[in-house]
Design a protein around this ligand. Structure first.
Ligand SMILES: Cc1cc2nc3c(=O)[nH]c(=O)nc-3n(C[C@H](O)[C@H](O)[C@H](O)COP(=O)(O)O)c2cc1C
Length: 213
C-alpha cells in the first residue's frame, strides 16, 4: 500500500454538510456493501454483551451496529419528522444518498443508573465505544476514498426514542452518531464545513515524546 495515498485520504476526509430546503430526487442510492464492510475491520477488544445478541437479527460480536437508510428512506424520514424538527438534519436528509445510524452496545449496568446517565463508566464500555468510533472513522475514510462527501453528526432529533422506534433500533443501544453521505454533485444544495477543522494546530500541542534516562 502507498503511504502517500493513505495520507492523502486521511487529509481529504472533511466534514461536509450538504444542505437543501427542497429534497433532491431519490432513486434508492445508498452506500455499497464493499464500503460498509471496511468499517468491520476496526479493532475491537471484547465481544458485545450477550444481552445484545439474544433475540436480535444482528448477531455479530462487534460492539457496534449500523442502520443504513438509502436516499428514498432519508427523504421519507425527513417528511415524517418535518413537523417536529426544523434543524439542519432535515436539510441533510433532503440531500443525502445515505444516512447511517451508528450505535454502540453498552454492557448492562451493575447498578441502577441515575436519570440522564447513558451508560456505566466502566473500562469495558469505554473500549466498546472506542471500537465503535474506530469503525466510524474507517467508514468515513472509505467514503472519502470513493469520492463520497460525508459528515459525522451527533444526530439531534435522530437520537429520539421515536426515531429509534421508527427505524427498529433497540432502546438498549446508544447512538454514537448519524453519518450523512452525500453526492459530489450537490445540485441546488450548499456545503457547510466545520469551524474546528483548521484549529488543530501543530503536533507540539498534543504530542509529547517521552524520554526515559
Ligand atoms: C462524535 C462526534 C460528533 C459530532 N457531532 C457534530 C455535530 O453534531 N455537529 C457538527 O457540526 N459537527 C459534529 N461533528 C464533526 C466535528 O465538528 C468535526 O469533525 C470537527 O470540527 C473537525 O472538522 P473536520 O471533520 O472537517 O476535520 C462531530 C464529530 C464527532 C467525532
Amino acid at each position: 500500500m502507498s503511504s502517500e495515498l493513505f495520507a492523502r485520504i486521511v487529509h481529504a476526509r472533511c466534514t461536509e454538510k450538504v444542505l437543501a430546503e427542497e429534497p433532491l430526487p431519490a432513486s434508492g442510492k445508498s452506500l455499497a456493501n464493499e464500503i460498509l464492510e471496511l468499517a468491520a475491520w476496526a479493532p475491537f477488544h471484547r465481544p458485545a454483551n450477550d444481552v445484545h445478541l439474544q433475540d436480535s437479527e444482528l448477531k455479530a460480536l462487534m460492539p457496534w451496529r449500523f442502520y443504513v437508510l438509502d436516499d428514498s428512506a432519508c427523504r421519507q424520514l425527513r417528511e415524517e419528522l418535518m413537523e417536529k424538527d426544523s434543524s439542519n438534519v432535515m436539510r441533510m436528509l433532503a440531500t443525502a444518498d445515505c444516512m447511517v445510524q451508528v450505535t454502540w452496545l453498552p454492557n448492562p449496568p451493575q447498578t441502577e443508573l441515575p436519570e440522564k446517565i447513558l451508560f456505566e463508566a466502566s473500562l469495558e464500555n469505554m473500549e466498546h465505544l472506542a471500537a465503535a468510533s474506530a469503525a466510524v472513522q474507517n467508514l468515513l475514510l472509505a467514503a472519502t476514498a470513493n469520492g463520497i462527501r460525508n459528515y459525522w453528526s451527533s444526530g439531534g432529533v435522530l437520537r429520539s426514542p421515536e426515531v429509534f422506534d421508527r427505524l427498529g433500533i433497540p432502546t438498549q443501544e446508544i447512538l454514537l452518531g448519524s453519518l450523512f453521505f452525500s453526492p459530489q454533485d450537490v445540485q441546488s444544495g450548499t456545503i457547510a464545513t466545520s469551524k474546528l477543522r483548521d484549529k488543530r494546530g501543530p503536533l507540539t500541542g498534543w504530542v509529547k515524546r517521552v524520554h526515559l534516562s
